[in-house]
Design a protein around this ligand. Structure first.
Ligand code: NAP
Length: 334
């Protein structure tokens, strides 16, 4: 499994990491706890030693299941890279952004307990909270870092301007952002990170399952599944994207790969793509193709052929906005 150093921290992550949002159930139509635990263990057995989670995924459930999966397995803590997040609170009405220092302090303690560990490898602010100054949040994260409670400082969904401001007060080792071959609207943000020595992690790498090729034009999702609410699955382009994916499946097949491996590799080999690709999975069988994705390179010519296929069906490859995904600000709830 390919590995990479994260920014100028001393954390070395696998270039494919397990994404555990679906394991938390919320936004994904529920979860199966035993199957989730087995998925985390299967990832580790396959050499994926980097695991991304967040308190917001099932209000602590994803972190708890990750912690339990690791505790029940014969694996050394120092051989794993646990990436979790902070900066989202919740009440009976749902989640909201909260990166106030006192909230981060409480969240860190709760995450350590749920993950059954005494340090976090990569600690990321999940969504920028403009109700609190970036300076205050950045300084609190630096305090955790200086105390050795976290090994790398991360942000997620921060614009280049917000990252620039943060860097006046604290380092940023990683930035997590949305990217896959069908949704490229943040590519310039990845470029900013590359020029500022910030390692990147891609979320939604498989277009929330669309790039597994398993959906047809009539696919439906439960109300509490994010795919029933986002442009990618609900917009006018959906049938065209499904046609494009069908043709990409044939393209991958000719290379003795599958479309998931193509999608993962597209991000890993893109000139400004992600250093670490998050592969969201909630069943052990969904990780079957991991080794195939780790063992080939996508050439420039193949990349161009992929684009040619996609542009036969759609006019642009933006297909989304961050606003579709982020929780509200506290000030918006008043
Ligand atoms: P994703 O990786 O694009 O898609 C994951 C989904 O694809 C799985 O849950 C599964 O869906 C399906 N899938 C995966 N492998 C498969 C296989 N081999 N065969 C068939 N289906 C397969 O989506 P994502 O979860 O949105 O993103 C990945 C990770 O990024 C998350 O888990 C989370 O860690 C992180 N993330 C971060 C943010 C952020 O704001 N920082 C936002 C979103 C996600 P089904 O089981 O439903 O079919």
């Amino acid at each position: 499994m390919e590995k990479i150093k994260l920014g100028n921290s001393d954390v070395e992550a696998t270039r494919i990491a397990l994404g555990t949002w679906a394991i938390g159930g919320s936004g994904w139509g529920g979860t199966d706890e035993q199957q989730s635990i087995e998925t985390v263990q299967e990832a580790i057995r396959k050499g994926i030693t980097t695991i991304d989670t967040a308190p917001a995924y099932g209000q602590g459930l994803s972190e708890k299941l990750v912690g339990q999966a690791i505790a029940d397995m014969d694996v050394k803590r120092e051989d794993l890279v646990l990436a979790t997040k902070a900066g989202i609170g919740w009440d009976d009405n749902g989640g909201y952004r909260d990166s106030r220092p006192e909230h981060l302090e409480k969240e860190l303690q709760a995450s350590l307990e749920r993950l059954q560990t005494d340090y976090i490898d990569v600690y990321q602010i999940h969504w920028p909270d403009t109700d609190v100054s970036i300076e205050e949040t950045a300084k609190k994260m630096k305090e955790f870092y200086d105390e050795g409670k976290i090994r790398a400082i991360g942000v997620s969904n921060f614009s280049p301007d917000q990252m620039h401001e943060w860097q006046q007060h604290a380092p940023i080792h990683t930035s997590q952002m949305h990217l896959n071959m069908l949704q490229r609207y943040l590519l310039s943000w990845f470029e900013y990170c590359q020029t500022h020595n910030i390692s990147t992690l891609s979320w939604g790498s498989l277009a929330h399952g669309m790039l597994t090729g398993k959906y047809d034009k009539d696919a439906t999702f439960p109300d509490d599944d994010l795919r029933s609410n986002i442009e990618l699955f609900q917009g006018d382009k959906y049938p065209n994207l499904i046609d494009a994916v069908e043709e990409l499946k044939e393209f991958a097949d000719k290379r003795d790969r599958n479309i998931i491996q193509l999608a993962v590799r597209w991000i890993m080999d893109h000139p400004v793509g992600a250093d670490v690709v998050l592969w969201g999975a909630r069943k052990p069988s969904q990780l079957e193709g991991v080794h195939g994705a780790d063992e080939f390179l996508l050439t420039t010519d193949e990349r161009q052929r992929i684009d040619k296929i996609l542009f036969k069906y759609v006019d642009d490859l933006e297909n989304g906005t961050l606003e579709e995904y982020g929780p509200p600000m506290r000030s918006d709830l008043k």
